[in-house]
Design a protein around this ligand. Structure first.
Ligand code: NAD
Length: 494
């Protein structure tokens, strides 16, 4: 580990100023690949969050932001996209150091974050209302307005990208924001704050507070000066946010967990399905809400698919995300690795067949990081906990099925409904099955591609509302009707 003197102390962004927590408390931020202390960040408590909320409230109610035109807001978002690209190398390396993901994946996230600001920069000028014909002599129309102050709480698996998905649509719509990154991965969000400040947004429009979820996050969810809370994280936390938000009936959108089925029919291209199954399960160390963590395979292809995966698994090179050729980094924290390992124990005890992985890789290169081998359980019964609960790590379960009907039943046999994929060469079957999957994001003969243009979110306990696309900006707009009476005669009711 570095000595304390060498470690950078970061500030958080409140009301256009870079500040420490009022208490002066900080948290050490670690590189999960080697345990090195990367930085210290403020440990915001409720008072700090209230300062940020006041700044965002004032910026919305009294500041110049409300008077900016959609065109001006759009141009500012384009500049943020440019800023992200200009600092792309630094951001990608920092994301890899802080989260652990391989550099190539962090580079993808940086590109996606820039594209997201650009997408919503373009959309800022397309927000529009409508006029309605009403049964009276009235000009009646509908206008869209920003919601106000938005509290935005994000997880640790895609720190920069999640920040972009939250801030870009909210700013395009004219809101003010308080973004709270996850405790362990705040560094790229703070850098994003710097880029946003360089672009010249008025003070208080974007605030970034670093603090513990149950304190700083809960304050954002509960504070009556906040008009909306947008949350991405676990379903249990989502329930707490929803209930904390009831005090002032604030708007709530939730992007929660998943236990997503990846369904392979025997007529699928075997090699493509092998790749899709591995990528679906192990990209980003399997720390993905939409990971294809439940592989359902038609029995006649079962052996070939598992053999194909086992043959390719050695190509998933583990290591620090900055090392060249690495395909899987460390898990985000030591405690998260322990949680994932506890599920591996549960799987073994339940009688699932461990066919690869299940342990920490050996050797000096792995000694200080939170590494875990990609793990596959075969012959998993649908009732087993490893098949039902979100593990959020590199653990794939494989369950064979015999009929299309059974595949659909198994796929939907979950409290979640985020993502699902189908592999088949039969287009009729693909559409028939997709039509019956209770999930918000579906793929045919692929896994994982996401687009800023399309709505992201889940059915059932995977969330409420949608992010991205046109739907994403809807979630940051109010709707107002305006009626202009054209008949000047008094109504004469009394
Ligand atoms: P988490 O729920 O523990 O934390 C997410 C965020 O909520 C963090 O910023 C945390 O500080 C904050 N938080 C924690 N307790 C809080 C509370 N009581 N009140 C307010 N805020 C609180 O989740 P995580 O471990 O960071 O992320 C993993 C989870 O996120 C997984 O379940 C994953 O599926 C989900 N996720 C979902 C999506 C999606 O788009 N649906 C995307 C990424 C991650």
């Amino acid at each position: 580990m570095k000595t304390a003197a060498a470690v950078k102390t970061c500030d958080m962004l409140i009301n256009g100023k870079w500040v420490q927590a009022r208490s002066g408390e900080t948290r050490e931020i670690l590189d999960p690949g080697n345990g090195e202390v990367l930085a210290r960040v403020p440990r915001a408590d409720r008072e700090d969050v209230r300062d940020a909320v006041k700044a965002a409230r004032d910026a919305f109610d009294k500041g110049p932001w409300r008077k900016t035109t959609a065109l001006e807001r759009g141009k500012l978002l384009f500049k943020i996209a440019d800023g992200i690209r200009a600092h792309g190398k630094m951001l990608a390396e920092l994301e890899t150091r802080n989260n652990g993901k391989p550099l190539a994946e962090a580079e993808f996230d940086v590109a996606d974050a820039a594209n997201c600001f650009e997408f919503y920069g373009g959309l800022a000028t397309k927000i529009h209302g409508e006029t309605m014909q009403v049964p009276a002599n009235s000009v009646s129309f509908v206008v869209r307005e920003p919601l106000g102050v938005c509290g935005q709480i994000i997880p640790w698996n895609y720190p920069l990208m999640m920040g972009a998905w939250k801030l870009a649509p909210a700013l395009a719509a004219g809101n003010t924001c308080i973004l709270k990154p996850a405790e362990v991965t705040p560094l790229t969000a703070l850098e994003l704050g710097r880029i946003i400040q360089e672009v010249g947004l008025p003070p208080g429009v974007v605030n970034i507070v670093t603090g513990p979820g149950p304190v700083a996050g809960d304050e954002l969810a509960a504070n009556h000066q906040v008009d909306k809370v947008a949350f991405t994280g676990g379903t249990q936390t989502g329930r707490k946010i929803m209930s904390a938000a009831t005090g002032n009936v604030k708007r709530v959108t939730l992007e929660l967990g998943g236990k997503n089925p990846n369904v392979v029919f025997a007529d699928a291209d075997l090699e493509a399905a092998v790749d899709g199954a591995l990528f679906g399960a192990f990209a980003n160390q399997g720390e993905v809400c939409s990971a294809g963590s439940r592989l359902l395979v038609e029995r006649s292809m079962h052996k070939a698919l598992v053999d194909g995966m086992l043959k390719k698994i050695p190509r998933i090179k583990l290591g620090h995300g900055l090392e060249s050729g690495v395909k899987m980094g460390p898990l985000v924290s030591a405690s998260h690795r322990e949680t994932v390992e506890s599920y591996i124990q549960i799987g073994k005890q339940e009688g699932a067949k461990l066919v690869c992985g299940g342990k920490r890789p050996q050797g000096a290169a792995f000694a200080k990081g939170n590494f875990l081998e990609p793990t596959i359980f075969d012959d998993v019964k649908p009732a087993m906990r490893v098949s039902r609960e979100e593990i959020f790590g590199p653990v794939l379960t494989v369950t064979p099925f015999d009929t299309e009907e059974e595949a659909i039943r198994l796929a939907n046999d979950t409290e979640y409904g985020l993502a699902a994929a189908v592999w088949t060469k039969n287009v009729t079957r693909a559409l028939r099955v997709v039509g019956q999957l209770r999930a918000g994001i579906t793929w045919v003969n692929t896994y994982h591609p996401t687009y800023n243009e399309l709505p992201w979110g889940g059915y059932k306990q995977s969330g409420i509302g949608r992010e991205l696309g046109l739907y994403g900006i809807e979630a940051y707009l109010e709707t107002k009707q305006v009626n202009i009476n054209l008949d000047e005669t008094p109504i004469g009711w009394y």
